[in-house]
Design a protein around this ligand. Sequence first.
Ligand code: OXC
Length: 315
Amino acid sequence: MSINLGTRFLGKLIKSPIYNASGVHCVTFPQLDELAMSSAGALITKSCTVNYRDGNPKPRYYDMVNEEGKQLGSINSSGLPNLSYKAYQEYAHKKRDKPLFISVSGMNLGENLQILGEFNEDPYVELVELNLSCPNIVGKPQTGYCFEDMEKMLNEVTKIYKKPLGIKLPPYFDMVHFKTAAEIFNKFQTIRFLTCCNSLGNGLVIDSESESVVIKPKNGFGGIGGIYIKPTALANVHAFSKLCPDKHIIGCGGVQNGKDVFEHILCGASLVQVGSALYREGLSIFDRLTEELEEIMTIKGYETLSDFRGKLKYL
Ligand code: OXC
């Protein structure tokens, strides 16, 4: 039996569905080069703004692990440290043998219009994920949680950005919110993919021994990732795959092993991103996840991802 992990995604053949989540190992050019050389099927940059940003004060990332050293999850409040959109645009001009997504998170509508206006004219920029869900900018709400603002934003950006566009969504928790958000996305034909989902915003992790928070920004509040978020991520992947059948869904949240990748695809994901676990384990995680996914497919007798993609059974 021969297993093929390839996926057709917006006219491209992506050899493996597994790659990094924006934010992990993707700020600097050497980090991006390492992703390009790894067995990830694609790579995505850190969300970019008009200007270079240092991000929030450190410590701003903390890994939660159990007594056996197994990762439970993470909390971060990075605050969009990035090299600026011009830098990632320059990176897009470099030769590489796998697709590059550029994540964009302008500080306001004007910044998103400036960045996407320039990207629209550059044939080297092919795949853009517009991040409407960063929870860590002091004083700024997550656009994805205000449907009116989100629709306005999408109306404006799709007027100037004519290429296929993806949106990175915050996690939603209410059936009515899934439906309302999906109705907005379905109004825009150029929105071709939805990434479900960003971290669980504004959690609080504390250390009872020191009686303290564990990250510095926002008095310890930050986005939660890892195992804690997997059921929420799967719910968002599955809900939007049903409600937006013409769009690709990219799964993100709680991926630590091949079974997690399998489950995201079973719920309808075309591609699957890895965040917290990549941060902890490093780039070799892509080899491990690939092997583990192939092993599950072999046992189940699946040769391609479409043999099981979206085929979740109900009771
Ligand atoms: N989600 C984001 O979109 N951005 C980062 N953290 C997060 O959880 C950040 O840069 O703070």
